[in-house]
Write a protein that binds this ligand. Structure first.
Ligand SMILES: [Zn+2]
Ligand SMILES: [Zn+2]
Ligand SMILES: [Zn+2]
Length: 121
């Protein structure tokens, strides 16, 4: 006998992302819906687990029309890349401007990343 499927758990979540234009520092908070399937298999009494992540939407292409002054050569279509927000929940740190208006991907306040960069939505 091969590997027997014991359990399959499907969860729907969001990948928190912060997009930032490298040229003009334009910042955007966008989340990507993601489905995670965790499967547990049994093989000779040993349990193994696999994890599969799948995005529910097509990868968005976000371009920035950088202000002419920032580039020097007029309008540019700069592809904006993202960083995944890494949130560490810290109950002692109140969620404030440092979080809401942050341009970086690291969050360590009470929201654990939920409100991070929200002023850029
Ligand atoms: Zn830009
Ligand atoms: Zn926060
Ligand atoms: Zn934050």
């Amino acid at each position: 006998m091969g590997h027997a499927l014991v359990e399959e758990v499907v969860t729907h979540g969001r990948e928190r992302r912060i997009y930032r234009c490298r040229r003009c520092k334009f910042t955007l908070r966008r989340d990507m819906p993601v489905t995670t399937t965790t499967r547990t298999y049994e093989h000779h009494g040993q349990l193994t687990r696999t994890r599969e992540r799948e995005y529910d939407e097509q990868e968005p292409v976000i371009t920035c029309h950088c202000p002419p002054r920032a580039v020097g050569t007029g309008l540019a279509n700069e592809r904006v890349h993202y960083k995944t927000i890494k949130g560490t929940t810290n109950p002692d740190e109140k969620c404030g401007a440092r979080c809401l208006a942050s341009k970086g991907p690291t969050c360590d306040c009470s929201c654990g990343g939920e409100n991070h960069g929200k002023s850029w939505t």
